[in-house]
Design a binder for this molecule. Structure first.
Ligand SMILES: [Cu+2]
Length: 169
């Protein structure tokens, strides 16, 4: 019964074609599973880099509690540096920060990670409870600003290729 309910919520929660790139759209929404990430979307790895779209800030995944990416709760530590100077960024301001599934245009059930500076680790920030609610391709979108480096928009593209855990797990 729970599985049926979840399937219903799932169906309602994920819209149809968003007009995005074709490879983002799985052929059948109900067939999402381990094989549905486009091969261009990488698995999560330590040391994975993401460059801000405005060229001001670089980000590196230092570590994560689940590698590869897993369902629901994920904790990451990311190091941010000024792309021009290479200096670690310890005084960042964060705008919207969210996991996002481009194929269906949804976030992780409106749950957003808790962000904190990692004490004693230059440029490193922790993101707790990144909520990954489906298998498939995800973005971790970070809107960010730094008084020296400038504003930027950093996106980590990652695949959730794991099978869904049983309810209650
Ligand atoms: Cu989805």
């Amino acid at each position: 019964m729970l599985a049926l309910l979840l399937a219903l919520v799932w169906t309602l929660g994920c819209g149809g074609d968003d007009g995005g790139p074709d490879y983002m759209d799985p052929p059948d929404h109900h067939m999402l599973g381990p094989d549905d990430c486009d091969p261009r979307i990488p698995e999560l790895t330590e040391g994975m880099m993401a460059s801000g779209q405005q060229g001001n800030i670089e980000a590196e995944l230092i570590t994560a509690d689940k590698i590869p990416l897993g369902w629901y709760h994920n904790d990451w530590i990311i190091k941010f540096t000024d792309k021009a100077s290479g200096e670690p960024l310890d005084d960042l301001e964060f705008g919207e920060v969210t996991p996002w599934m481009p194929a269906h245009n949804h976030n992780g059930d409106n749950q957003f990670p808790d962000i904190a500076k990692v004490e004693g680790a230059p440029g490193e920030w922790s993101f707790e409870d990144i909520n990954i609610t489906m298998a498939g391709g995800w973005e971790f979108q970070i809107n960010i600003d730094d008084s020296a480096a400038g504003p930027d928009y950093v996106v980590f593209e990652v695949c959730n290729s794991q099978p869904e855990p049983d309810a209650g797990e």
